[in-house]
Ligand binder design. Structure first.
Ligand code: GLN
Length: 557
């Protein structure tokens, strides 16, 4: 059986949550027993987002096969069981790179190479590749209708409808229906214009997902249906929700999956969304709260740490907790003194996430020292593991000038240095240690207790590594290396046995955490943080009682 396609486009403005909408539709179709795959086309010219600034692009999501991809792929993996690879994310740059390679090889046999048909054929071939062996392939087109750079992708999906017919293709358009305060009215005109724009390139949407802050009344839906040429049942309220995990549930209430099955002539079982409803129930009924402080350098732009934030939410949900996330700008800690203590006090757990470059490093070291000395649960991810090793070398082993050669190439103690396999590699694109690698865990370590197994596979994205020449010094000081590559080349995990919960990993576990399958490292860290918070508050309360009684005692003396 050949796959059916759902094409998701966006209109009016960006950031309407097309990726989440696509992921949620995938989730709903899986709840009906269908097999899905998802992919995204990004119309920009970079070959991949790997070399783009986190401020420009947000997080770079890494797949098992080491592709550096758009963060929407993270949503796809969190909401479905689809196994994603570099085939699931294409940019204009990568499509052209492929075409130009073919042209130089002479593959086009002297023909003029053109956007239509060569670029559009390449786009269609990429879709057909990921649609093998699934019932439904959901294809998200990045950008907003009307953008010049997305035109070849729009043309490709138009041709797919022409080729495969209505029963095999469905156009879903995500649009905005704003409430205008001055008029006290929901406005449908932006949606009408957006659909008009789509029609002008030959695409008639079948379903409109209308982002709005309130439910669309029947009269609004019929107005949109009339002017946009869609059935009234196909005008869907995509209302803002407090938790992204509610989106599949909200869509199911609007009957989106039923509509998709009807339009695509698909047979499927009844919907089973119990697991997701349970997650939503937990989101709104936490038993207590936990306060986590993230000390990083792109903190004013939360999209840079999308998967990290979600993985912490999953860890909290696993304990029925509400997560209070506090983003601490690492540079701000560098001013020193008592203010640091004040800034760091009050967190139940401290986390230093991944990052690149020198800015903020000294602030991270201050936060790590605080966590280590005050026995606050610490979790260091990638850069957070490397900085934990530098901090330990400096403040416990007395190597006061220890550093990573990334931040100080002239340091006398390169505790972290460039990956040996990357020496001499100057090109930036796709040259890091990327993707899934096996890690062997040492028995009877915290890592072992957390994972409950001795061999794991996690995803990487780094250019520097722990320098084994310093292993004996740091181990003598009390650091434990609890995970390494099976051949012993790379250090993958470190921990401090004399601390309640201090762990660092060279990989990015956040990429593999899902709401229904919280990652063990996040579950364990959030659990330890919660316990620490309880203890800390109990001690504080006890010392306040003591303070209250002390003047009396003093008076009697
Ligand atoms: N900058 C460090 C490295 O390249 C850490 C990378 C990261 O945190 N992803 O090794």
């Amino acid at each position: 059986m050949s796959a059916k396609y759902i094409f998701v486009t966006g209109g009016v403005v960006s950031s309407l949550g097309k990726g989440l909408a696509a992921a949620s539709i995938g989730c709903l179709l899986e709840s009906r027993g269908l097999k899905v795959n998802l992919m995204k086309f990004d119309p920009y010219l970079n070959v991949d987002p790997g070399t783009m600034s986190p401020f420009q692009h947000g997080e770079v999501f890494v797949t098992d096969d080491g592709a550096e991809t758009d963060l929407d792929l993270g949503h796809y993996e969190r909401f479905t069981h689809a196994k994603l690879s570099r085939d699931n994310n294409w940019t204009t740059g990568r499509i052209y790179e492929q075409i130009i390679t073919k042209e130089r090889r002479g593959d086009y046999l002297g023909k003029t190479v053109q956007v239509i048909p060569h670029v559009t054929n390449e786009i269609k071939a990429a879709m057909k590749k990921v649609a093998q062996d699934v019932d439904v392939c959901i294809v998200e087109i990045g950008g907003t209708v009307g953008d010049i750079e997305s035109l070849p992708f729009m043309e490709a999906i138009r041709q797919m409808r022409q080729e495969l017919g209505r029963e095999h293709t469905l156009f879903m358009h995500v649009t905005l229906v704003p409430f205008i305060a001055a008029a006290q009215e929901l406005k449908t005109k932006p949606t009408q214009h957006s659909v008009k724009e789509l029609l002008s390139i030959g695409i008639q949407p079948d379903i409109l997902l209308c982002r709005t802050d309130r439910f669309l009344a029947k009269d609004i839906k019929s107005k949109i249906a009339l002017f946009c040429n869609v059935a009234e049942e196909a005008v869907i309220t995509a209302k803002d929700v407090a938790s992204i995990y509610e989106v599949p549930v909200v869509f199911s209430r609007e009957g989106v999956d039923t509509l998709v099955l009807k339009y695509l002539h698909l047979e499927a079982q009844d919907r089973d969304l119990k697991d997701w409803e349970e997650i939503v129930h937990r989101v709104y009924n936490p038993k207590a709260e936990v306060n986590i402080g993230i000390v990083g350098k792109y903190v004013e732009y939360e999209d840079s740490y999308k998967s990290l934030k979600e993985a912490l939410v999953h860890g909290a949900l696993a304990h029925n907790l509400k997560l209070n996330l506090n983003w601490i700008e690492a540079e701000g800690l560098e001013t020193g003194g008592a203010t640091n203590e004040e800034q760091l006090e009050g967190y139940d757990g401290i986390l230093v996430p991944g990052g690149f470059g020198k800015r903020g490093i000294e602030g991270m070291l201050i936060a790590i020292r605080y966590a280590r000395e005050k026995k606050v649960p610490y979790f260091g991810i990638c850069l957070g593991m490397q900085t934990a090793c530098v901090e330990f070398a400096r403040n416990v082993c007395g190597l006061t000038e220890a550093n990573s050669s990334e931040f100080d190439p002239a340091t006398p103690h390169r505790v972290i240095y460039k990956l040996r396999e990357l020496r001499g590699v100057e090109e930036l694109g796709g040259t890091m240690r990327l993707g899934a690698w096996t890690c062997k865990i040492e028995p009877n370590t915290l890592a072992h207790r957390i994972y409950g197994q001795l061999e794991i596979s996690e995803r990487h994205r780094h250019r520097y590594e722990f320098n084994r020449e310093y292993e004996s010094t740091l181990v003598a000081g009390g650091l434990r290396i609890s995970g390494s590559t099976p051949d012993g080349t790379y250090v993958e995990m470190v921990e401090l046995p004399d601390h309640p919960h201090f762990i660092g990993c060279q990989f990015h576990p956040e990429f593999k955490s899902k709401p229904l399958e919280p990652h063990p490292l996040f579950k364990s860290f959030v659990g330890a943080a919660y316990e620490h918070g309880l203890k800390r508050r109990a001690e504080k309360a006890a010392s306040e009682v003591e303070m209250f009684h002390r003047p009396e005692k003093v008076g009697k003396r």
